[in-house]
Design a protein. Structure first.
Length: 562
């Protein structure tokens, strides 16, 4: 009887609880909700494409945005290098070697349209008159500088026991001629052209730039690797990105705190039809004779990041001594194209490195164009170029969709003089060549921009360089890391490699099953996935630890990787 009553009580309680629950669901209480939770039209979350290719593109876009959001120039450059502890496998472009038929590759790798430089006859009459007066003032000084340069170099050769080779001899003589001609031009023109009093002169500066080029056919090992994976098999033959590193050392470079005026309008710079007509070199650069190497991404325009330095390149003088190393079978036409290719490479790289110090890079687009002027000479033959940088986006899908193009216009080589006679006199001096050279000096940098317009992707007014950080440790860490990457020193441990006997007996043929698995490829470790911050931290002795000897958290120095 007692058990029955307890069962009836439990059923009664359960029924009462059910009635209360149903009554609450039937007549809910009024809930006050903020108006901000309601919209006139329904809003749905973004539907993302979850395919492997789309996820890779989304990850890359997030990384590019992270680079853009970093406040300082040094942190942006460190962030670009973060994915590769051992550096990138880059195409080595330099000013000492231009292979045969290199112009199409250069135009593709820099997205540059090549045009002819306007001659002196196309200038207005007023400009012609003022230039003729300047020419008459400078002519005698330039001739005297040329004659003196040959006398100086002849004396230097007489002091050497072993004469240098032809390339070195041309470089040494041209270095003397360029320095003396530049000094004479500045002395003659500075009184009438005030901007020449403010230029910064760099002798043999270091010009280096890193960027990524898209639209290149994948290597065979990449195709084979993708075909072995189901989720990548369909994309095995898609074009890939190729990192590029330019390294150059001009004879001389002039910089100014203001920017040269542009000669192409925004409407002319954005032309998708013109961009699609550019040469497209899809083959591996090694097929032309270029080499590849492993190094970190480096952007150096001849000086370190500074808020007060003249940050705009005005004029640079490049060497053409490498033409002596080219086979005679290349022909005169290809030699001229080689000069055009060198002018495009050097101008693009110098402007890219300058843009990097303003917060832009190969993943973050320019917000305003940059201009420079380039001279390629051996002392007697001179070629003149002007370059306008409008875009940096050449990687990935941008190579097909980006409507912007860069422009370069130049001249064929023309002599400044015929020869220096046995008496040391200049023979057949060419006034037209000197006239074009003086035009490059006379063109005044006139574009001035506000700090916000000049540095849109760099931190606020108080934080633009690593030196602006108040934290001493952070400031020193970023400065040391940035310059260590720029030094291109190799790691203390070399990149792991697979020896031939291992490829034969361990990978291709499983003939050593009982041997201990100690090598990285046996333990499924990819050394290329090692990031820049994967290393042992610097140990701090007990006597120097902040917080006392027993502070175990301060055993290692903090790192400030972006």
């Amino acid at each position: 009887m007692l058990t029955l009553r307890r069962g009836e009580q439990l059923r009664a309680r359960l029924n009462a609880a059910c009635r209360r629950y149903l009554s609450v669901k039937a007549e809910p209480k009024a809930v006050v909700v903020a108006d901000a939770e309601y919209t006139a039209e329904p809003e749905y979350p973004i539907i993302r494409d979850l395919s492997y290719k789309s996820r890779k593109q989304h990850t890359a876009s997030e990384w590019h945005e992270q680079i853009r959001q970093l406040p300082t120039v040094e942190e942006k450059m460190i962030k670009v290098n973060m994915p590769r502890y051992y550096g990138y496998k880059v195409v080595d472009l330099n000013d000492t070697k231009v292979p045969y038929n290199a112009l199409p590759l250069t135009q593709h790798y820099t997205r540059t349209v090549l045009e002819e430089l306007p001659t002196h006859q196309d200038k207005p009459d007023g400009t012609k008159d003022s230039l003729e007066a300047t020419l008459q003032m400078a002519r005698a000084d330039i001739i005297e500088a040329l004659e003196y340069a040959h006398d100086v170099y002849k004396h230097q050769l007489s002091l050497l026991e072993t004469p240098p080779d032809a390339v070195t001899r041309e470089q040494q003589l041209t270095q003397i001629i360029v320095e003396l001609v530049n000094r004479s031009a500045l002395q003659v023109l500075s009184a009438d052209y005030a901007h020449l009093n403010e230029v910064e002169i760099d002798y043999n500066p270091r010009h280096e730039a890193f960027w990524v080029v898209g639209g290149v056919d994948p290597p065979k090992n990449v195709v084979k690797s993708k075909e072995g994976r189901k989720w990548q098999k369909e994309d095995a033959h898609d074009s890939v990105d190729r990192p590029v590193q330019y390294t150059g050392e001009p004879y001389l470079a002039l910089r100014h705190r203001h920017q040269l005026p542009t000669w192409k309008s925004p409407e002319e710079s954005e032309n998708l039809t013109l961009a699609q007509q550019l040469p497209r070199f899809k083959l591996d650069a090694r097929s032309l004779g270029y080499s590849v190497k492993y190094q970190h991404a480096v952007n150096v325009p001849g000086y370190w990041p500074s808020a007060n330095a003249p940050n705009f390149g005005m004029l640079s003088f490049q060497s053409r001594a490498h033409l002596q190393l080219r086979p005679t079978a290349c022909g005169e036409r290809d030699n001229v194209e080689a000069l055009h290719a060198l002018a495009i490479q050097s101008s693009y790289a110098w402007l890219l490195a300058q843009a990097n110090y303003h917060g832009f890079n190969t993943f973050n687009e320019l917000t305003y164009p940059l201009n420079t002027q380039t001279v390629i000479t051996n002392g007697r033959e001179w070629s003149f170029y002007e370059y306008q940088l409008n875009t940096l986006l050449i990687n990935g899908q941008h190579v097909d969709t980006n409507a912007r193009v860069n422009f370069c216009r130049g001249t064929a080589p023309q002599p400044l003089y015929a020869e220096i006679s046995s008496e040391g006199k200049c023979v057949d001096f060419n006034d037209n060549t000197l006239r074009q050279l003086l035009e490059l000096y006379i063109r005044a940098p006139s574009i001035q921009r506000t700090a916000d317009e000049l540095l849109p992707y760099v931190g606020g007014a108080t934080l633009r360089r690593a030196a602006d950080y108040e934290n001493v440790e952070q400031r020193e860490f970023l400065e040391r890391t940035f310059k260590h990457l720029a030094s291109k020193r190799p790691r203390h441990l070399e990149l792991p490699e697979i020896y031939m006997w291992e490829k034969l007996y361990k990978i291709d043929n499983k003939t050593r099953p009982m041997e201990a698995r100690r090598r990285y490829f046996e333990r499924d470790i990819n050394p290329w996935r090692r990031t820049l911050d994967q290393h042992d931290k610097e140990y701090v002795s007990k006597a120097e630890r902040p917080g006392g000897r027993k502070n175990r958290e301060g055993r290692y120095k903090k790192t400030y990787y972006p």
